[in-house]
Design a protein around this ligand. Structure first.
Ligand code: SF4
Length: 675
C-alpha cells in the first residue's frame, strides 16, 4: 500500500515557480503591444527599426489551440510574423513549428481567394469565379427547399479540423433542425474516446503532466497525442524535476527516445501490458484502497459478479485479485514481446507515483486495432487504481479542465436522426460512421441535397478514396457539394463550389482545451480586420476587411452560417432566423462581434470583472489579450458537493447510490454524503 508521502504531488509548488531566466521575459511587454519596435532581421547588419502592432489570435494547425501574436507592420498593415502569446494559459508563449508557420499559409501563393464554381462535369477541373451573393442564394435556396419539403436529413456538414467548440456549430444545426454534423472522428480518436466515456462519461483524459511523478504515454508520440505543444512543455518540466516517463509504442518515436522506459509491444497487445500492470498493483497492494472503495461501484460488482462473496471491500480485493490472477507479467511478455521484468518495474513505478500518475492515449493502438477502445479502458483502470483521478500530477476527465461558455439563445436539438450518420445496425458506434458514407449512398440509403466539406479531404486521407470520388461525382447522390477550404485539395476538386475560408488569423473562434489542470478560453480573431477597425474603418463582414487589406474575398464560417440562416428563413417563418438576430438590436441581423460580446459579457465567469479593472469591455479585453484564465489549479472536481438546488427533491438509487433528479444524474452519494 502507498505511504502517506507518496500521496503528495512531486512538486506541489510547481505553479509558483518564477519563469526561467531568459524565458517568458523575452516577450514584448503587453503594455507595448499597441506599438512595438524591433529591428528588421532581414536588414541585418544594418539596424532598421520596424514598428508593429501585436494582435493575438489562436493557432489553427492542430486542436491544441495555442496562442499566437500576429506582428502587424504599422506602416504596411501586413502580418510580418507570428510568435507565441505569453498570456495564453495553455501554451504560455510557446509554440511548435507549425504555429509561426501560419505565415506560410497566409502568404501561400496558391491559396484560394475568391469563390469558385465548377463549369464542366464534377472533377473535370474547370472553374469560374462567382460572386458570394450567387453562392449564398443557391446554397440557402437548396437548404430551405430541403427543410420545407421535410428532407432535413439531406443537409450534411462534414468536417476535418473543427474551428471552435462543437457547441457553437450545434447551435447552427439545431436552429436549422438538422442532424447533419459529420466528422472524421471514426477514423481517428473514436475508440479511445469510447474507452474513456465508458469509464467516466467524458471522452478524453486531461493529464496534469507538469506535476506528475510518473507519466505513461500509450502510443502517444507527442505529435500524435493531440495537445502537442502544451503537453510537451509540461512533460519536459516534469522530467526536469525528476518525473519518469514510460512510452508504450511499437515505434521508436521521438517521445519514446526521450523516455525512461520504452516498451515496444507487438501491435495490438498493449492491453495485455496494462492488465499485467494492474495485476502487479493489486497483488502487491500498491493501489489506493480508499479511493477505489469510495469511487468505484464495487458493491454492485460483487452482487452481480460474485454473489458467492460477502459485500465487503476485503471480498472485493479478493475478487479482483482472482480476476487478474491470469494477467501475469509473464502472460503479458508472451503476448507483447516486452519482458516481464520491465512490466513489473513500470507497474511498481506507477504504484510509487500514486495519485501523481499522468496518462494519455489517443489514436494509434486504440484506433488501429479491433477492440482498441479497451486499451483506453485498461489505461484508465490504472489511473483509478492508484487514485490519480483529477489530482495534482494525475489525470482528470477532460470536461473538468475545459471552459465552454454558453452562446446566446441555444436552440433545442431538432427531432431528426440521420441514418447516414448513425445507422441502426451499428448501435455501439460512438461517433458518426463517416467512412461508410459513400457505401451507404451507393446502397441507396439516401441522397444529400447539400453537402459541405470543411478542411476534410477523404478522397486523399480515407483508405478508399475512389469510393469517395464515385460518390462525389454522382450528382444524383450528392446534389450540391460546397468545399469550405483555404487551399486546394483532392476533395475540393470534386465539388461544385470551392469557397475560401480563413486561416488562424482570418476568423473568429472560441477555443478551450484540456491542456492542463485549469480552465481557459482562447479567442481566435481576424487580425487584419481588427487592425483596420482600430484605425476607424468599419465593415459588416470579415471578408470585406480582407478585401480591403488586399487578401481577397476570404470569409469566416461564423458569418457564413449567419448569412445562410437569414437567406434560408428570410421572414422568420421557419423559426430559424430568430437565433441569428442581434441580442442587442431587436430584429436586426446578428453581427459577429455581437456573438462574442454577448458570450464574454454573460458566460465567462470573472471576465467582466477582469475587464472592468482595466477599463475595458469584456470583448475589448479579449481582443487585446486573446485569452482568459477562468480557473487555475482545477483538482478533485468529483469531491465537490452538488449545488443545493440540484439536490432538492432528488432521489438516491439504493444500489448504485447515483443521485437523480428529473431523470438526470446530479451526483453520487458516498459514505452518506452527496458529491
Ligand atoms: S501544438 Fe500549438 S502551435 Fe503547434 S500546431 Fe498545435 S496549436 Fe499550433
Amino acid at each position: 500500500m502507498m505511504t502517506t508521502e507518496s500521496r503528495e504531488p512531486l512538486h506541489p509548488a510547481a505553479r509558483e515557480l518564477p519563469p526561467r531566466e531568459g524565458g517568458l521575459a523575452s516577450y514584448p511587454p503587453v503594455e507595448r503591444w499597441g506599438d512595438w519596435e524591433e529591428y528588421d532581421p532581414i536588414a541585418w547588419p544594418e539596424k532598421v527599426k520596424r514598428r508593429y502592432e501585436l494582435i493575438p489570435t489562436i493557432c489553427f494547425n492542430c486542436e491544441a489551440a495555442c496562442g499566437l501574436l500576429a506582428y502587424v507592420d504599422r506602416t504596411t498593415l501586413k502580418i510580418q510574423k507570428f510568435e507565441g502569446n505569453p498570456l495564453h494559459p495553455g501554451s504560455r508563449g510557446r509554440n511548435c513549428a507549425k504555429g509561426p508557420a501560419t505565415l506560410n499559409q497566409v502568404e501561400d501563393p496558391e491559396r484560394i481567394l475568391y469563390p469558385l464554381r465548377r463549369k464542366g462535369a464534377r472533377g473535370s477541373g474547370q472553374w469560374e469565379r462567382v460572386s458570394w451573393d450567387e453562392v449564398l442564394e443557391d446554397i440557402a435556396g437548396r437548404i430551405r427547399t430541403a427543410l420545407v419539403e421535410g428532407r432535413p436529413k439531406e443537409v450534411m456538414y462534414h468536417l476535418g479540423r473543427p474551428g471552435h467548440e462543437l457547441v457553437y456549430l450545434q447551435r447552427v444545426f439545431h436552429a436549422w433542425g438538422i442532424d447533419g454534423h459529420n466528422s472524421h472522428t471514426n477514423v481517428c480518436s473514436a475508440s479511445a474516446r469510447a474507452g474513456y466515456a465508458f469509464w467516466h462519461g467524458m471522452d478524453r483524459p486531461s493529464p496534469d503532466h507538469a506535476n506528475a511523478r510518473f507519466i505513461l504515454l500509450l502510443s502517444s508520440h507527442l505529435e500524435t497525442g493531440h495537445y502537442f505543444n502544451p503537453h510537451a512543455q509540461r512533460i519536459i518540466e516534469a522530467k526536469q524535476r525528476g518525473a519518469k516517463i514510460a512510452v508504450i509504442d511499437s515505434r521508436l518515436s521521438n517521445t519514446a527516445s526521450m523516455a525512461d522506459f520504452w516498451l515496444a509491444p507487438w501491435p495490438g497487445s498493449e492491453a495485455a501490458l496494462l492488465l499485467a500492470m494492474a495485476h502487479v498493483l493489486i497483488r502487491e497492494h500498491r493501489y489506493d484502497r480508499e479511493f477505489v472503495r469510495r469511487w468505484t461501484n464495487w458493491e454492485e460488482y460483487l452482487r452481480e459478479e460474485r454473489p458467492d462473496l460477502p459485500v465487503t471491500f476485503d471480498a472485493f480485493h479478493r475478487a479482483i485479485d482472482e480476476l487478474y490472477a491470469s494477467y501475469t507479467p509473464e502472460f503479458a511478455a508472451q503476448e507483447s514481446g516486452v519482458d516481464a521484468d520491465t512490466v513489473v518495474q513500470v507497474a511498481r513505478a506507477i504504484g510509487d507515483a500514486g495519485p501523481a500518475l499522468a496518462t494519455h492515449i489517443w489514436r494509434n493502438t486504440a484506433a488501429g486495432n479491433l477492440g482498441g477502445w479497451q486499451v483506453a479502458r485498461a489505461l484508465e483502470w490504472l489511473v483509478v487504481l492508484v487514485g490519480a483521478v483529477a489530482t495534482p500530477g494525475g489525470t482528470a476527465p477532460s470536461a473538468w479542465n475545459k471552459a465552454v461558455p454558453a452562446p446566446p439563445m441555444m436552440p433545442p436539438p431538432g427531432k431528426v436522426w440521420s441514418e447516414l450518420l448513425m445507422p441502426m445496425e451499428y448501435p455501439l458506434a460512438f461517433f458518426e460512421m463517416s467512412f461508410l458514407l459513400p457505401h451507404f449512398l451507393r446502397e441507396g440509403r439516401g441522397k444529400l441535397a447539400m453537402y459541405f466539406t470543411r478542411v476534410y479531404n477523404p478522397v486523399w486521407t480515407n483508405p478508399d478514396g475512389l469510393s469517395w470520388i464515385e460518390m462525389l461525382t454522382d450528382e444524383a447522390k450528392i446534389e450540391r457539394h460546397a468545399c469550405l477550404t483555404p487551399v486546394w485539395s483532392e476533395t475540393a476538386w470534386f465539388s461544385d463550389y470551392v469557397l475560401p475560408m480563413g486561416h488562424a488569423s482570418e476568423r473568429h473562434d472560441l477555443m478551450s482545451q484540456e491542456t492542463h489542470a485549469a480552465r481557459w478560453i482562447g479567442f481566435r480573431q481576424p487580425v487584419l480586420r481588427v487592425a483596420l477597425e482600430r484605425r476607424g474603418e468599419t465593415f459588416d463582414l470579415t471578408w470585406q476587411a480582407h478585401e480591403a487589406a488586399g487578401l481577397g474575398q476570404v470569409w469566416e464560417e461564423d458569418e457564413l452560417w449567419i448569412e445562410l440562416s437569414w437567406r434560408i428563413d428570410p421572414d422568420g417563418a421557419l423559426g430559424i432566423r430568430k437565433y441569428f438576430e442581434s441580442p442587442y438590436r431587436a430584429g436586426q441581423k446578428l453581427r459577429i462581434e455581437e456573438v462574442y460580446r454577448w458570450i464574454f459579457e454573460n458566460s465567462v465567469p470573472g471576465l467582466p470583472e477582469a475587464a472592468t479593472k482595466e477599463g475595458l469591455t469584456p470583448l475589448a479585453y479579449m481582443r487585446r489579450y486573446g485569452a482568459f484564465l477562468v480557473e487555475d489549479n482545477v483538482y478533485r472536481t468529483h469531491e465537490q458537493a452538488p449545488p443545493a438546488k440540484d439536490l432538492e427533491g432528488a432521489t438516491v438509487d439504493p444500489v448504485t447510490k447515483v443521485i437523480s433528479k428529473g431523470g438526470a444524474a446530479v451526483g453520487v452519494e458516498i459514505d452518506g454524503r452527496a458529491h
